[in-house]
Design a protein around this ligand. Sequence first.
Ligand code: PGA
Length: 245
Amino acid sequence: MRKKICAGNWKMYKTPKEAGEFFDSILASLKSNVKGGEIVIFPPALVCESVAKYVNGSSVHWGLQNSYFESKGAFTGENSPDVAKAMGATYVLVGHSERRKIFSESDSLLAKKVAYVQSIGLTPMLCVGEDLSERETGRTNEVILGQLDEGLKSADRKKPFVIAYEPVWAIGTGKVATPEQAEEAHVALRERLGGLGESTRILYGGSVKPENAGELAAKKNIDGFLVGGASLEAKGFLQILSSLQ
Ligand code: PGA
């Protein structure tokens, strides 16, 4: 049985104070028995320390939205995954479409990140997804399976990793993939993982909201969500979490 994940990608939103307010509500509700799966929050790097203070030692996990593939060195502006681990992180998001598009991160760079993150005992969450023109020209599977193969090229497949399917046309647009479109992509990814397919968690991301989470969560191959906009507000995020029950 794959344990479901409800992950929140805060992007470049929230101050330390706002993060504290969010966790005040979330942690109180979790004590009163809200169930649904493992919670992972990806705060902006400058807010990680505050998040760690709130959630280390609780059932909530956190991780970096992006990291470098070395422990330390002359890499101005980068985040060390080793430092994040020492602070209590357990995940690193790798290859979010905003990193791929805005910051030109290539598959080969992402493969190094996945391998390094695994080597120090953190779990990479590798994002894959097609853009609108790729979908409209029937290239969805070619693109997402290619990103999967490349991203895991140097990975240790015996160590944990998580995949997030995030169609680029659904991210931040309010346009969510239908449950059928998402399920089809998840099945293709799972098949491509061969023997590991059955145990690998594959999340859906792209305009997930309390209103659409239930029908997506009902699909057999959707093991949870990577939520952007709707993860900024505690109440909505908890509703999405409960849909995974
Ligand atoms: P969204 O973002 O939920 O705001 O569409 C998802 C993501 O970027 O991971």
